[in-house]
Design a protein around this ligand. Structure first.
Ligand code: IPM
Ligand code: MG
Length: 363
């Protein structure tokens, strides 16, 4: 049966990088007989606001619900920054995450050995880096109620957000972390702020409880401030890290830089049925949009994650990853990962080279 994939480029560089990911999908369909149907032409984020005033139009949401997977570029940009929160581009993305129940966000930070010199950290600190951040994606500070800005009796305004997690929300993300760790080196580090925040003290307690079902996996706990420090001090100590929505947002950007560029990192957001949305972890980068400068690799590697987690085609996923590796071997670099020993290429040329490498593998 053909799998339906909804293509949502979004804003900024989302459009250019998605074009490259689609080239990869075309080759997978044409040369590797992958049975997929891509659905295009629907809007999300700023593009949707411009067209209809709504960052997540109903027809886009319906298509996303009907699809087997969503491939998303990026949303947002300065043009929409002054708008009320309810109609900002980011609401489109957050709406998709929550409406589709995509509570488990997997963000691998893997260092390609070819990019060792692109990292700002010393080679011995990052060589062999292979971390998986499991970020809770539909709860916590991002979604907690009540939220808003209220006026106090003295007339001063006060902003407030709420950090909330129910036991079942912590349990299910904990299970994802332990299950994934079983397929790796069986080590989970749960990140919280249990010394200060009640909510994350409960998080720690529930993680310990769920851990009893996974005695073969080692569980450690770390405060988020220390985790941020350890990520740049000695990142090789980590395998799977599981954490609250906002902590995960912050730590995954830090982990991304260990690999040389945020332009390299894909992500998968899964619901309880394994349905997924796949997107690069970087944003819409309006400053370089439309200039053929963006790195399409994070989006192409997101296609690989989709092959693995939704389309059940792990061999093809490996091929896509190998194609990326071979292009890096050949010295091709977009600007974000360029050092003076390399060959500088643009977005489209990078996509074309990966497609050519993929085709070559089928001979
Ligand atoms: C991410 C992004 C989003 C987030 C933004 C664009 C809403 O930073 O996916 O990490 O904060 O989750
Ligand atoms: Mg982020």
């Amino acid at each position: 049966m053909s799998h339906k994939i909804l293509i949502l480029p979004g804003d900024g560089i989302g459009v250019e990088i998605m074009a490259e990911a689609e080239k990869v999908l075309d080759v997978l369909r044409g040369d590797f007989s992958l049975d997929i149907e891509t659905i295009r032409g629907y809007l999300v984020g700023g593009a949707a606001i411009d067209a209809s005033g709504n960052p997540l139009p109903e027809e886009t949401l319906q298509q996303a619900k009907a699809a087997d997977a969503v491939l998303l570029g990026a949303v947002g940009g300065p043009k929409w920054e002054g708008l009320p929160y309810a109609i900002r581009p980011e609401r489109g993305l957050l709406g998709l995450r929550s409406e589709l129940g995509l509570f488990a966000n997997l963000r691998p930070a893997v260092l390609y050995p070819q990019l060792l010199s692109a990292s700002t950290l010393r080679p011995e600190v990052v060589t062999g880096l292979d971390i998986l951040i499991v970020r809770e994606l539909t709860g916590g500070l991002y979604f907690g109620q009540p939220r808003g800005v209220r006026v106090l009796e003295n007339g001063e305004r006060q902003g407030f957000n709420t950090l909330v997690y129910s036991e079942s929300e912590i349990e299910r993300i904990g299970r994802v972390a332990f299950e994934t760790a079983r397929k790796r080196t069986k080590k989970v580090c749960s990140v919280d702020k249990a010394n200060v925040l009640e909510c994350t003290e409960l998080w720690r307690e529930v993680m310990n409880r769920v851990h009893q079902e996974y005695p073969d996996v080692a569980l450690s706990h770390m405060y988020v401030d220390n985790a941020a420090m350890q990520l740049v001090r000695y990142p090789l100590q980590f395998d799977v890290m599981v954490t609250e929505n906002m902590f995960g947002d912050i730590l995954s950007d830090a982990a991304a830089m260990l690999t040389g560029s945020i332009g390299m990192l894909p992500s998968a957001s899964l619901n309880a049925e394994g349905k997924g949305m796949y997107e690069p972890i970087h944003g819409s980068a309006p400053d370089i949009a439309g200039k053929d400068l963006a790195n399409p690799i994070a989006t192409i590697l997101s296609v690989a994650m989709m092959l693995r987690y939704t389309l059940n085609a792990p061999e093809l996923a490996t091929r896509v990853e190998k194609a990326v590796g071979s292009v890096l071997d050949a010295g091709l670099r977009t600007r974000d990962i360029y050092t003076d020993k390399d060959r500088l290429v643009g977005t489209a040329a990078m996509g074309d080279a990966i497609v050519a490498a993929l085709r070559h593998m089928n001979r």
